[in-house]
Write a protein that binds this ligand. Structure first.
Ligand SMILES: [Ca+2]
Length: 188
């Protein structure tokens, strides 16, 4: 019996140490987050937070979740013929989102808006903080992608973007600009 226990010992110890090793790893998962008060998405070049949303055509519009405009472009077809991954603003609807980085005026366009279905007139406004009024950067018929330049806005950097449908369409399932993502092209 003693001999049997002796033989088992190294193996048992191995298992115990393996277990402790794994526990120490899983225990540290998120340690950095706990000790660092950085907000989620900080440093990400896409929109990371919805500040406000004014979505039109309630009850008819099928894509009313403003969070679908966050993070990278990901819109897709669903098996039932519907879509996923964007928010349809509805006529004159808008969302205000916070970027994960400070967008700066670099060479060429500085902000990209990814639009999903058809090509809708999409306007972009920006500000560096929510107590300073938004400045209009421009409006374009956005196909898959349209881009806007901070140059001339008066801002050296911005953190908040308002994306607004500039059309006057009727209400339907994907009414208004269909916003999949907003990306900082020049940032720090
Ligand atoms: Ca620029």
């Amino acid at each position: 019996m003693n001999r049997y226990t002796e033989n088992l010992k190294p193996k048992t110890l191995f298992y115990i140490f393996s277990l402790l090793f794994l526990i120490s790893f899983s225990g540290c998962n998120g340690c950095d987050k706990d000790s660092n008060p950085v907000s989620p998405g900080e440093g990400n070049p896409f929109a990371v937070q919805v500040i406000s949303a004014n979505i039109g055509c309630e009850g008819i519009n099928l894509y009313t979740n403003p969070e679908a405009a966050l993070w990278g472009p990901d819109w897709n077809y669903l098996p039932d013929g519907r879509y996923s991954g964007f928010v349809s603003l509805g006529p004159a609807g808008d969302i205000v989102i916070k970027m994960g980085v400070d967008v700066v005026d670099g060479p060429g366009p500085d902000i990209a808006v990814y639009q999903a279905v058809s090509d809708e007139e999409t306007g972009v406004y920006v500000t560096d903080n929510l107590s300073t009024p938004f400045q209009f950067l421009g409006s374009e018929r956005c196909g898959y992608l349209c881009r806007f330049d901070l140059n001339g806005s008066g801002f050296q950097k911005v953190r908040y973007v308002m994306v607004k449908d500039m059309g006057d369409s009727d209400c339907y399932e994907t009414a208004g600009a269909d916003i999949d993502a907003v990306e900082a092209l020049n940032y720090k």
